[in-house]
Design a protein around this ligand. Structure first.
Ligand code: HEM
Ligand code: HEM
Length: 137
């Protein structure tokens, strides 16, 4: 059972990558795709892809959080309480609430919440890298 712990750890990262795609996908759109011919098939396909990434952002985050809960439960039972993992988990959970606030209460209008949301995302990624570099300690 304990080897499943690492597996769920990698599933959290899979969900996190999909969640974080929000930023680079929009960045690439602004930088390169928006200038393309409106009739371009590639531009249209890209917009469909971007819409999916943005629309399902909160569900990718929810998937990552669900995997986090399973990873946490398995590691607590068969391994130990990881301090680095706990830091990563707190950052992710905080960002989930902040994202919910921005989405449902601020109606997705960018303001301070979005800058904080992005910054916590960067901190969470750093914490996850640290957690893996420390081999789960
Ligand atoms: C965002 C949160 C987290 C992510 C993305 C994550 C991811 C991972 C990954 C990918 C591994 C496997 C590393 C490898 O294959 O060498 C791992 C190991 C581990 N994680 Fe997490 N983790 C997170 C949170 C936590 C939390 C909250 C705990 C608290 C119990 C925890 C406890 C552990 C432990 C004990 C290991 C080492 C298991 C072993 O070596 O047998 N993790 N984590
Ligand atoms: C693990 C949790 C999460 C991470 C790491 C994360 C990360 C990010 C990042 C990096 C951006 C910036 C994209 C940009 O600049 O446009 C963003 C935007 C946004 N996030 Fe999150 N997010 C998380 C969870 C959530 C949740 C749960 C919700 C909603 C319930 C949410 C709602 C939003 C909204 C509304 C935006 C503004 C842009 C848009 O509409 O896509 N986020 N998020």
């Amino acid at each position: 059972m304990s080897e499943y712990g690492s597996f769920f750890g990698w599933l959290i990262i899979g969900g996190l990558v999909l969640t974080l795609m929000n930023y680079p996908v929009k960045w690439i759109y602004r930088k390169w795709i928006s200038g393309m011919d409106r009739e371009s098939g590639f531009r249209r396909a890209y917009l469909v892809f971007q819409k999916l990434i943005v629309r399902y952002h909160r569900f990718f985050a929810a998937f990552a959080t669900l995997m986090l809960i399973i990873h946490l439960a398995i590691q607590l039972q068969y391994r130990w309480l990881s301090v680095t993992g706990l830091i990563a988990a707190i950052l992710m959970a905080a960002n989930g609430f902040l994202g919910g606030y921005g989405h449902y209460i601020r109606k997705k209008k960018p303001s301070a919440w979005l800058y904080v949301h992005r910054s916590i995302a960067v901190l969470a990624v750093l914490a996850v890298i640290f957690h893996i570099a420390m081999r789960g300690r």
